[in-house]
Design a binder for this molecule. Structure first.
Ligand SMILES: Nc1ncnc2c1ncn2[C@@H]1O[C@H](COP(=O)(O)OP(=O)(O)O)[C@@H](O)[C@H]1O
Ligand SMILES: O=C(CO)[C@@H](O)[C@H](O)COP(=O)(O)O
Length: 476
């Protein structure tokens, strides 16, 4: 019998690290591992990169394939600022994508350079999420720490470098920094925020090899390591996504995206013009308040996640972490439209609706930004931890008016990383490997009539909440 060929894909995302070991020939998942992360909650959002490394070690060992896999690749949460000293040790905890303290620095950059110019050069108008704003925050608030920095990395670059010793990244994750464009690093923008380009990793071409596993890790020494990428780019690979197929991901962040053939440049900032991990683009809109915010609401109401009820006039803007889409970093949660007959179940449903609203409102813009036609009747692919929740599925059906496909495969980010690893061994494109593995297959839920009344109520509340949501909610 021929020996089974296996690769490992890793997803180092906000709440945990997940690893999958995949049979290259069949796509069967032959091992899984998971280890949790800690995220600070006192004002900012920070995590210790050393904990990500330990979680990665634990998760890959748990797959049972750390010694026999042929290749490995690491995908990670986008945007996080990892600052290292000359020995490669973190100088301070990483500033995460959902830390809104850097909103003033993002606004300064937009004012200084102009939103349209930033979109033209980097594809995106930066919000607090972007690494450029985080570096500017560090320079302003912790100048002594910033002066000690010998290397700046994204979460997945940091982990790839720990594995290989190579200071490298890929175009997908680099496109979320706010200092990268199709011609490489933007020296003028780096200069404005006081970041030496010599501190940054080399951006490798799509499909390249990052290096090999060095001694002293739980993975076999000499194992091939692919470039890895940002988590949303990896999920696009993991689904074997073709241009124009929309995806809605329900995790700590909510994201909506599609592969596009045209380079996006949305001056309004709603659609970020990311690169994908191959040669195309990944226009994407992202919210800060998704599964965690709705779960928090359910806990406040003393109800289980699925205990929702239809009807009523309540509107919830569940902006517990501030918000990125719409760009309201100082916002807080807001409940409006309560009546004597409003039930707790209706209020919970309103929290789901409020969390899904901005993502679905951005969907057509995402498709157009990538040069694709929103009128095409492609089902919306629903992924991420929330995708299996029935209340989430019903909410997305009601507010999108589209058919929804729920892939049976789980951990699509880790599968996308595994597809990158497989591509190193087979010579395929990573997305082609995932299509061969049939990762996107799953039940299609039929479209229902769009709930325009609910969408209108939320949009109206949002418009009228203006001053309340723009003012600082708490001193951060
Ligand atoms: N059946 C479910 N219904 C709704 N939400 C769920 C369900 N299972 C998990 N979740 C949510 O999924 C989230 C984790 O999703 P995941 O995509 O793994 O997050 P991340 O990648 O951001 O770490 C958790 O916040 C959890 O509340
Ligand atoms: O900031 C973004 C996208 O721009 C987020 O999608 C992060 O990449 C975090 O992802 P999850 O941990 O929620 O998967």
């Amino acid at each position: 019998m021929a020996e089974q060929r296996v690769v490992i894909g890793v997803d180092s995302s906000t709440q945990s690290t997940k690893a999958v070991a995949v049979d290259i020939d069949t796509g069967a998942v032959v091992g899984r591992g998971r280890a949790a992360h800690t995220v600070s909650e006192d004002g900012g959002r920070e995590s210790d990169p050393e904990q990500w490394w330990e979680a990665l070690e634990e998760a890959v060992v748990r797959t049972g394939c750390a010694e026999r896999a042929g290749a490995v690749s690491i995908a990670g949460q986008q945007h996080g600022l990892v600052t290292l000293d000359a020995a490669g040790a973190p100088i301070r905890p990483a500033l995460l994508w959902n830390d809104v303290r850097s909103a003033p620095q993002a606004a300064e950059l937009r004012d200084a350079v102009g939103a349209a110019e930033l979109a033209r050069r980097t594809g995106s108008v930066p919000t607090a999420a972007f690494t450029a704003a985080k570096w500017a925050w560090l320079r302003a608030h912790e100048p002594a720490a910033a002066d000690r920095v010998a290397a700046v990395r994204l979460p997945h670059d940091f982990l790839t470098e720990r594995l290989t010793g190579e200071a490298v990244t890929d175009r997908g994750d680099a496109s979320g920094t706010g200092w990268w464009g199709p011609d490489g690093y933007d020296r003028d923008l780096l200069d404005r925020i006081g970041l030496d380009p010599g501190l940054l990793p080399q951006v490798l071409p799509a499909g390249a090899r990052a290096g090999i596993v060095r001694p002293g890790t739980p993975l076999r020494r000499g194992m091939l390591v692919a470039t890895g990428t940002g988590d949303n780019m990896a999920a696009a690979l993991g689904l074997g996504l073709l241009p124009g197929q929309p995806v809605l991901s329900l995790g700590t962040s909510g994201t909506v995206y599609a592969v596009g053939r045209t380079r996006p440049a949305d001056p309004s900032g709603t659609v970020a013009g990311f690169a994908d991990a191959l040669g195309d683009w990944l226009p994407l809109a992202c919210t800060l308040n998704c599964t965690l915010a709705v779960d928090h609401f359910a806990a406040l109401l003393g109800r289980g996640r699925e205990e929702v009820e239809d009807g009523g006039t309540a509107v919830v803007l569940p902006y517990l972490d501030g918000e990125r889409t719409p760009n309201l970093p100082a916002a807080s949660g807001l409940v409006h439209g309560l009546r004597h007959d409003t039930t707790p179940g209706q209020l919970l449903q309103a929290a789901y609706d409020g969390a899904a609203h901005a993502l679905l409102a951005a969907l057509d813009g995402v498709l157009r930004a990538g040069g694709e036609d929103p009128a095409d009747d492609e089902p919306l692919l629903l992924i991420g931890g929330g995708a299996r929740g029935r209340a989430w599925q019903r909410t997305v059906l009601r507010l999108s008016g589209r058919a929804v496909q729920v892939p049976a495969a789980q951990e699509l980010v880790a599968l996308g990383a595994a597809a990158q690893a497989a591509a190193l061994l087979t010579g395929e494109r990573a997305d082609a490997a995932a299509r061969r593995w049939r990762t996107a297959e799953g039940p299609v839920l039929e479209a229902v009539d769009k709930d325009d009344d609910a969408l209108e109520r939320i949009g109206d509340t949002l418009r009228r909440a203006g001053a309340l949501q723009g003012a600082p909610a708490t001193a951060r």
